[in-house]
Write a protein that binds this ligand. Structure first.
Ligand SMILES: Cc1cc2nc3c(=O)[nH]c(=O)nc-3n(C[C@H](O)[C@H](O)[C@H](O)COP(=O)(O)O)c2cc1C
Length: 478
């Protein structure tokens, strides 16, 4: 067996106030000693993973240097609460690398927060992400299960919110989205929930009716009796939906309740998030431009809010307020739904939710974004998250999920700034199943592949984004 590079630096062990650091390592024995110093003795201690990796390099009978890794550094932090984190990378020596700031790495983003009956150990959530990997009959597949399983594995006990899931066949209108109206779907979701829970994470299902954003062709192809409907005949994409009748509105309210029951009682979800955002049915009722009804469901702010509030009432009656949440998007810029001034409508809506359903698990809102099709991200500055201040203030001090353009730095900033925020992350989370760890340890992110966002049946760009550990396994071959 060859010996490690003579250029490898001596092991340093410097104790800081709240963490120990294992510096350059030269041998398994040295790493073992360091780990023994730092190890709290708990099973599952991550330092053992470091040791396994070091042993692997030595077992290859190759020096680190010979494998093209000029400097190999392993750092371990052991916090006061005995949570171990570690990272290893090849490349420049320590002083060329920014050291993660211990305050930000253990900031409020990684402090527990209560949501309904759950205590989440961190404030990072998987944002709802439609990915079209379900069957033509709207049943989640092995691919879907693998995606949620991998994400749960990296979530460190955090919250996952599923992709938008249709409450009924006729409420859909997009191929390969999942549903939650029949037993086959409930059974498939149940397996997913089981996998997620077995990884210690929590999961809410986003329940959804598409309304005017549905494709009339898809609806007709699935069943000629499925009609293209909306609050008002406000054209979209060259088609004009039929206005819902009042009995149909009431039926939709009940369909949301049944879907919620199927999700929580049937499949075991921790709760449901009503999709009240992004131009779908609940949103269409709220927005003045798409709701010009003259009955009690249209016109005034009170009337436009009625459908959404009835849905929340029916769903929370079905599964309990603490298992009910809603997503809103006051600044939604697409589908000709942008409101000139969303504040009066959304202030009223959120005040009513606060007054009528004070125990709701959370309200989830989306930050203003210029264009949903362009990959823009929030700047890390003091204004982070502030587009939704008016909503947050009404809902405080309850849990508030915020989404829209967050990255590692802005997520940390937002959590420091807002005591009750949970940051929902979409694009970065879909390409980084272990995003919480990467944020905490300041590790680089995998890039997301936009071309793979909505491709039915495609594993690539869905379940093959590597965990940090997987990247490290590949390291010696570089
Ligand atoms: C591929 C993709 C699918 C999405 N699907 C949904 C969805 O099913 N439901 C929803 O409310 N929002 C959906 N969104 C919006 C995200 O939840 C999120 O609000 C948006 O991507 C901004 O967050 P990000 O900047 O962290 O990606 C989707 C976004 C992407 C990129």
């Amino acid at each position: 067996m060859r010996t490690p590079s003579h250029r490898a630096q001596a092991w340093e062990h410097s104790a800081r106030e709240d963490c120990d650091e294992v510096g350059w390592i030269r041998s398994v024995a040295q790493a073992t000693r360091a780990a023994e110093d730092a190890n709290c003795g708990r099973s599952g201690c991550r330092i053992r993973k470091v040791l396994r990796f070091v042993s692997f390099l030595w077992a290859q009978n190759l020096t680190i240097e010979a494998r093209g890794v000029t400097r190999f550094r392993i750092e371990c932090w052991v916090s006061k609460s005995h949570t171990h984190t570690w990272r290893a990378y090849k490349g420049k020596p320590h002083h060329h690398r920014p050291r993660p700031n211990p305050i930000m790495t253990t900031g409020r983003l990684f402090e527990p927060i209560r949501v309904g009956d759950l205590t989440l150990p961190n404030r990072i959530a998987l944002a709802p992400l439609t990915r079209l990997r379900n069957t033509a009959a709207h049943v989640p597949t092995e691919l879907t299960r693998t995606f949620y399983g991998r994400t749960a594995k990296g979530a460190e006990g955090g919250l996952l919110i599923t992709e938008a899931t249709a409450i009924a066949a006729k409420a859909g209108g997009l191929a390969n989205v999942p549903g939650i109206w029949n037993q086959e779907q409930i059974d498939a979701w149940k397996e997913i929930v089981h996998v997620v829970h077995s990884q210690g994470a929590s999961i809410f299902m986003q329940i959804w009716a598409m309304g005017r954003a549905a494709s009339p062709e898809v609806l007709k192809a699935e069943d000629p009796s499925y009609e293209y409907i909306a609050p008002s005949p406000y054209p979209y994409n060259g088609n004009t939906p039929r206005e819902l009748t009042i009995p149909e509105i009431k039926e939709y309210v009940q369909l949301f309740a049944t879907a919620a029951r199927n999700a929580v009682e049937g499949a075991g979800f921790d709760g449901v998030e009503i999709h009240g955002a992004n131009g779908y049915l609940v949103n269409e009722f709220l927005v003045d431009r798409s709701n010009f009804r003259t009955d009690e469901y249209g016109g005034s702010i009170e009337n436009r809010a009625r459908f959404g509030l009835e849905v929340i009432k029916a769903v929370s009656d079905a599964v309990g307020q603490k298992k009910t949440a809603i997503r809103i998007s006051p600044f939604f810029p697409s589908y000709d739904l942008e409101m000139t001034d969303p504040k009066p409508t959304y202030s009223y809506f959120v005040e009513q939710i606060r007054d009528q359903f004070p125990d709701l698990a959370y309200i989830h809102s989306v930050e203003p974004r210029l264009n949903g099709l362009v990959d823009t991200f929030l700047e890390a500055n003091d204004s982070v998250g502030s587009g939704n201040d008016f909503v947050r203030q009404i809902w405080a001090p309850r849990p508030f999920v915020i989404a829209g353009g967050y990255g590692p730095e802005t997520a940390k900033l937002d959590a420091q700034k807002y005591e009750n925020d949970i940051i929902a992350i979409g694009r970065h989370y879909l390409s980084n199943p272990d995003l919480p760890r990467r944020i905490r340890e300041g590790l680089p992110l995998n890039n997301f592949d936009r071309a793979a966002f909505y491709v039915p049946g495609l594993a690539k760009g869905y379940i093959d984004y590597p965990f940090v550990d997987e990247e490290e396994k590949k390291l010696p071959a570089n």
